[in-house]
Design a protein around this ligand. Structure first.
Ligand SMILES: NC(=O)c1ccc[n+]([C@@H]2O[C@H](COP(=O)([O-])OP(=O)(O)OC[C@H]3O[C@@H](n4cnc5c(N)ncnc54)[C@H](O)[C@@H]3O)[C@@H](O)[C@H]2O)c1
Length: 396
């Protein structure tokens, strides 16, 4: 029986992983402790995860010292990941750390160093690797080799939920999230890295803040705002489109004004990336699109693959992902419908926790490991730096 500690009683900690362990994994694991400085969230955790008073902690270090744990799941805000992961490794625990692994490359390296010294498992919350749509794209390029030698690749993240949480909460400050390339794009950039099968050597970026931020007071809240009923950006519960499935737990979310002056993350970014294996890639992210989807292009010497994973489009339709391959010489087209597994992120949420728990038992390396977490941050944090400085960032 694995004793799991959860760090952060928020959406991911309770809704995604905590409830899954309690409901689906009770034969192999139990939630033995949870930490969060917010007592209101701990009350929710106690209720839905059936925890007694002695299993909840307002201080994470205290939990790591006192609770008898085998592993922890880090679902606290991004800026806390580094110190908590290192502390857990130093205490001999296995770690599932939500993405982004950390805010900077140096912090990722510190985590990997502590992991190596401890000889423990590190899994990163790259849930898309466990979703059948992304697995199929990986297989087409790397196992079936249908498009031949890969030469070009690209991805566009259209993020309608940008104004539903990123600009209303802690994510909107660079010191908390590292910027939205680090915070959000790290998923799709990881998919590029995985399918391309190489490490990036250079990144160049352009971007800015075009729609959000700039004018309003930092303390303004939607719930108390006089124009909340006419403002299209007001965060009212009825407007929220969760991109990882709704749970039965209602957790209060931050509703700060998306036009606050303090916002210092970009709302659109464009990257070009060069890889060691000579593949060249682009990445585009927009936080103000009407629809929520991820699109990918992979072009080889025998054909081109396009894949679209549209969770939610503007009319709130939930559509199915599909992959299209067109062969260069015959111009024949093949369309592949992908059947997603149940659960958040098209089955990716259950997938990552299943892999982590299984690796804790078998001691195998998870599919989404610490190196994958680091390589994605190399590009994303490098991209943020490139946008800021106007320079090409060399990553090796
Ligand atoms: N894999 C994915 O697809 C995915 C999706 C959403 C969020 N995330 C990541 O999951 C993490 C949590 O996101 P969320 O949406 O659940 O956020 P959230 O704000 O709902 O929850 C975070 C919780 O952590 C608590 N916290 C703050 N500091 C802490 C500390 N030092 N120790 C313990 N708890 C602390 C907060 O009080 C809050 O309850 C973030 O890193 C985020 O980037 C991943």
């Amino acid at each position: 029986m694995l004793n799991i500690g959860i760090v952060g009683a928020g959406n991911r900690g309770i809704r995604c992983y905590g409830l899954y362990i309690v409901k689906e994994k009770k034969d192999v694991a139990r939630v033995s402790a949870i930490s969060d400085p917010d007592k209101k969230r701990l009350e929710v955790a106690k209720k839905v995860l059936h925890l007694s008073d002695d299993k909840v902690f307002t201080d994470t270090e205290k939990m790591l010292k006192k609770a008898p744990l085998d592993a922890i799941i880090i679902t606290s805000p991004d800026y806390t990941h580094r110190d908590i992961a290192i502390s857990a490794f130093n205490k001999g625990l296995d770690v599932l750390c939500e993405k982004p692994l950390a805010l900077t490359l140096a912090d990722c390296d510190d985590i990997l160093k502590a992991q190596k010294k401890a000889g423990k498992i590190l899994c990163v919350g790259f849930v898309l690797r466990y979703n059948n749509f992304y697995r199929k794209m990986y297989e087409i390029v790397n196992v079936e080799k249908k498009i031949g030698r890969l030469i070009l690749a690209g991805a566009i993240d259209s993020v309608s939920t940008g104004s539903q949480y990123f600009f209303h909460g802690w994510w909107r400050l660079r010191k908390n999230s590292g910027g939205l390339l680090v915070q959000k794009a790290t998923h799709s950039v990881d998919i590029l890295n995985w399918v391309i099968g190489s490490r990036a050597i250079r990144v160049y970026g352009e971007g800015g803040l075009a729609v959000f931020g700039k004018t309003e007071s930092n303390t303004k809240r939607c719930s108390k705002c006089e124009i909340k009923n006419s403002c299209p950006e007001a965060l009212l519960e009825s407007n929220i489109q969760w991109d990882y499935g709704e749970g039965s737990v209602n957790i209060e979310v931050e509703d700060k004004c998306v036009f606050a002056k303090e916002i210092d993350v970009y709302d659109h970014e464009v990257l070009t990336i060069a890889y060691e294996n000579k593949v060249k890639a682009f990445f585009v992210e927009s936080q103000f699109t009407p629809d929520y989807k991820r699109e990918f292009w992979f072009i080889g010497d025998k054909g081109r693959m396009y894949g679209i994973d549209p969770y939610i489009v503007s009319d709130r339709d939930k559509r199915k992902p599909y992959i299209e391959i067109v062969y260069r010489h015959t111009r024949k087209k093949e369309v592949i419908d992908v059947k997603l597994a149940p659960g958040g992120h098209g089955g990716g949420d259950p997938g990552v926790i299943e892999d982590f728990l299984s690796c804790c038992i078998t001691r195998k390396n998870p599919l989404a490991d610490g190196v994958a977490g680091r390589e994605s941050i190399a590009i994303c944090a490098g991209g943020e730096k490139s946008i800021e400085t106007g320079k090409i960032i060399n990553l090796r």
